[in-house]
Design a protein around this ligand. Structure first.
Ligand code: FMN
Length: 256
């Protein structure tokens, strides 16, 4: 069994909080001490909950976790209004995104929930390949037996120019995974963090569609084995300002 979690029996006070909170019942208390058995998914709830600091996760960088900040530290009205004010950004300033901000965006994605704590989401920054990938993508998209017009009718009026996919933005991150839900959730976390850093985001569904059907584009991404591109996040400083919040359709929420 891989030892994701190790319990220091000297420190353990036998309170059972870890056992109670363990999703896979991989911890039990015996003779006043917590014991670990098979089934651990490495979620770290035991690490997070132990009042005695008796749980360690060898192989994980526990030092960089930082202090707990509850979501309630963010005023809920402000958060809601900020989420409603978020807009897709399609015009970007020609300013690079600082590495410190990229790190924060990636860190937000790393902490999104994943089914069974698989953490099997990857972020691929196109970096020095961004221009060549976009060039190939535009060429193939335009010439590829009318792929563009087949995808959506509104593309008929759209000029598929050289910056059609990445809009001249300085940062493009493809978020991939085996599972679309995990990668989507990670993307949403990343977007919120990016927005709070003053950055705008566009999800390029067109790019993901193109990467899905154009082998040359797909292989240029060098995604981890078995991964599919789930979102393509175009990120940069917005060169556009929205003055009001657009209306939405009525809420579709029901009580059965
Ligand atoms: C999965 C996904 C794919 C998208 N793909 C594109 C795209 O390829 N090009 C584009 O201009 N906008 C794209 N968008 C942005 C949507 O058009 C936008 O979210 C929608 O019009 C609502 O505008 P808002 O995000 O400003 O509220 C995408 C959004 C999502 C969630």
């Amino acid at each position: 069994m891989e030892k994701t979690v190790v319990i220091d029996l000297e420190k353990c006070v036998g309170c059972g909080k870890c056992a109670r909170d363990c999703v896979s019942s991989a911890i039990y208390v015996e003779d006043g001490k917590a014991r670990i058995r098979e089934g651990c998914i490495g979620c770290g709830h035991c690490f997070a909950i132990c009042p005695a600091g008796a749980v360690d996760m060898p192989g994980y960088d526990t030092a960089s976790c930082g202090e707990v900040v509850p979501m309630t530290a963010i005023d809920s009205d402000t958060l809601l209004q900020a989420m409603k004010s978020r807009r897709t950004v399609r015009h970007f300033k020609d300013i690079p995104v600082e590495q410190e901000k990229i790190d924060k965006i990636l860190e937000a994605g790393r902490y999104a929930p994943t089914g069974a704590n698989s953490q099997n989401v990857a972020c691929t920054i196109l970096g020095s390949k961004q221009a060549s990938i976009e060039r190939d993508c535009v060429r193939l998209f335009k010439t590829g037996v009318g792929i563009g017009s087949k995808l959506v009718s509104f593309l008929r009026n759209v000029d598929i120019n050289d910056t059609f996919f990445f809009k001249g933005a300085p940062l493009v991150i493809v978020v991939s995974g085996h599972d679309a839900v995990n990668a989507t959730l990670a993307s949403a976390y990343m977007e919120i963090e990016a927005n709070s850093l003053g950055l705008g985001v566009l999800y390029s569904g067109f790019f993901c569609s193109a990467a899905g059907i154009l082998p040359k584009v797909r292989s240029a991404l060098k995604l981890p084995k078995g991964h599919k591109p789930v979102t393509c996040m175009i990120i940069g400083y917005p060169d556009v300002e929205y003055l009001r919040i657009p209306p939405r359709k009525e809420r579709k929420a029901r009580i059965l």
